[in-house]
Ligand binder design. Sequence first.
Ligand code: ADP
Ligand code: MG
Length: 239
Amino acid sequence: MALLEARDIVSGYGDAEILHGVSMDVHEDEIVCIIGPNGAGKSTFMKAVFGLIDCWEGRVEFDGEEITEYRPDEITRTGMCYVPQTDNVFPNLTVRENLEMGAYILDEVPEQQVEELFDLFPVLDERRNQRAGAMSGGQRQMLAMARALMVDPGLMLVDEPSAGLAPDLVDMVFEKIVEVNETGTAILMVEQNARQALRNSDRGYVLEMGDNRFEDSGDALLENEEVAELYLGGGGDIE
Ligand SMILES: Nc1ncnc2c1ncn2[C@@H]1O[C@H](COP(=O)(O)OP(=O)(O)O)[C@@H](O)[C@H]1O
Ligand SMILES: [Mg+2]
């Protein structure tokens, strides 16, 4: 049984249907990535899964529990967290305070988890009392993930974690995602750095115009000529 099972999700904004029946699975301990052109509905799919927008049709199950109608805070309690692409830290709060906000559903701050996250993200450890707004883009992205991980989730949804970062920071973000995964948290990520994302993923999905287009192992998608041509900028693996 999959950890996350999203079946035939139809959703959108106002009258505009964006997702026309999208299905995805994430198994325990997997890294799964979603790629596809701008506007394909990748972020919309994540928002629908996490309860930020309604699913008009379809069904979402997490860890054997139907969560289709749950609010984000209820979903967080089931063990899933979400890192939006933008505005994912509180700029006026310190690193430590941002982490505390990540634990808002808990009665008290889980100090052991704080320390484990500082071990996983040394760059945050050094900056515990620094305001998030004063940190670099890469550091803020680390903080956004750490904040989401405060509840020790079984699955982290993360939307374009490497967006806007310089190449060496992109590498670092993927390394960290793999490290987070090694602590036992499954990952579902949306990525524009598609080749690199697929190389770091067990499986991938290609979305196009609100529909599933391809689904395979990361390696198989990288080797698929049609996928390479249409979604990976053509050519071979040049890096
Ligand atoms: N808040 C919103 N209100 C109305 N339309 C939106 C909103 N967010 C996204 N859309 C539209 O939904 C479609 C899919 O967007 P999105 O899921 O952000 O795509 P992707 O993440 O794949 O680039 C686009 O046509 C976009 O304009
Ligand atoms: Mg998006």
